[in-house]
Design a protein around this ligand. Structure first.
Ligand SMILES: NC(=O)c1ccc[n+]([C@@H]2O[C@H](COP(=O)([O-])OP(=O)(O)OC[C@H]3O[C@@H](n4cnc5c(N)ncnc54)[C@H](OP(=O)(O)O)[C@@H]3O)[C@@H](O)[C@H]2O)c1
Length: 300
């Protein structure tokens, strides 16, 4: 039976991976309390004790703005710890599945970014995630790195949940409209990962080892995402009015790319896997939260 080790078990993706993989083999899910990425010995002990055949790493330092002032800690978790994990995976013969970010790019390209495009992170978080990618590639072995973007789920810290809260607390929300990307649900990521790892026949993971872009299809801006949330979610009272603004009117510690839309063509060509549109993934997530307006209309 395949032994899956899921790390970062309490995060958005870690939780979805647990739900999606629970019937696919023996699943061991560890959170920070039993595998702390700021402590190399904790990572080594966790892998050696569990002897997984596949490691799914959803643990990461994801506070993009805070990473500007905590770049050493972010590098330890997103860069150095990932290298240690790759060493352990290689020495026990496990396939390492790791997730990275659209923020490795600087946003200057007009079309979707390819895996072969030059990387140039604009912020500390992107630089630390890039270091993690490079550490895995340098160590080699069997690995898959999936770069994704704008992750949301019914739990945790994400833009969807922030909008659902602020949209009820405030009368007007000003949202940035000059950064475009692909909102991607943690569930869609977990399901695409499962399709790849349970395919029949299985791919030869030594031959396909590498970086793949994995996002929901389509694109929007943060303001477009907010408008879609408020158009679809059933509110207790009317939603705040949305005003689209340029990034210059909403300064943040970390700079963000203007265009971080990723091309998923390579994922489709290699694994025959496609994620749903971001709108469909949003509807599924709102249904899970019990507030998708179309479900409401059907029921009441
Ligand atoms: N969120 C996004 O918009 C986004 C976009 C692009 C790529 N990604 C990538 O997608 C992956 C999954 O992200 P996510 O959205 O699921 O993030 P998340 O919800 O923030 O979950 C990250 C998890 O990592 C854990 N973690 C943090 N520091 C740790 C440490 N020192 N040791 C062990 N665990 C630690 C956190 O634990 P605690 O709960 O204890 O803090 C949390 O459970 C990450 O690789 C991320 O870089 C995310």
């Amino acid at each position: 039976m395949t032994r899956f080790l899921i790390l970062g078990a309490k995060g958005q993706l870690g939780s979805s991976l647990q739900a999606v993989f629970k019937r696919e083999g023996h699943v061991i899910a560890l959170d920070r309390s039993s595998c702390d990425f700021s402590d190399p010995s904790s990572i080594r002990a966790a892998v050696r004790a569990t002897r997984p055949s596949i490691i799914l790493n959803a643990a990461a330092y994801t506070a993009v703005d805070r990473a500007e002032s905590e770049s050493d800690l972010a590098m330890r978790i997103n860069g150095e710890a990932v290298g240690i994990l790759a060493e352990e995976a290689k020495s026990c013969g496990a396939l390492l599945v790791h997730y990275s970010t659209d923020y490795v790019f600087d946003g200057t390209k007009s079309g979707p970014w390819l895996e072969s495009d030059p990387v140039h992170p604009l912020n500390a978080y992107g630089a630390t995630k890039l270091a993690g990618e490079r550490n895995i590639q340098q160590i080699g072995g069997r690995y898959l790195i999936f770069r994704t973007s704008w992750v949301f789920s019914p739990q945790g810290n994400n833009f969807l949940r922030t909008m659902l809260r602020l949209g009820q607390e405030r009368e007007e929300l000003k949202i940035v409209d000059d950064q475009k990307g692909a909102p991607t649900s943690a569930l869609a990521l977990a399901m695409a990962t499962r399709s790849i790892l349970t395919a029949d026949p299985l791919p030869n993971f030594s031959e396909v080892a590498g970086i793949y872009h994995m996002t929901c299809s389509g694109e929007t801006t943060w303001c477009g995402f907010a408008q879609a949330i408020f158009a679809r979610a059933k509110p207790a009272k009317p939603w705040a009015a949305v005003k689209c603004i340029p990034s210059s009117e909403f300064p943040t510690p970390a700079a963000r790319p203007a265009n971080s839309v990723l091309s998923n063509d390579n994922l489709k060509a290699t694994f025959d896997v496609e994620l749903p549109s971001w709108q469909s993934a949003l509807d599924t997530t709102l249904t899970a939260l019990g507030i998708f307006a179309a479900d409401f209309a059907r029921k009441y």
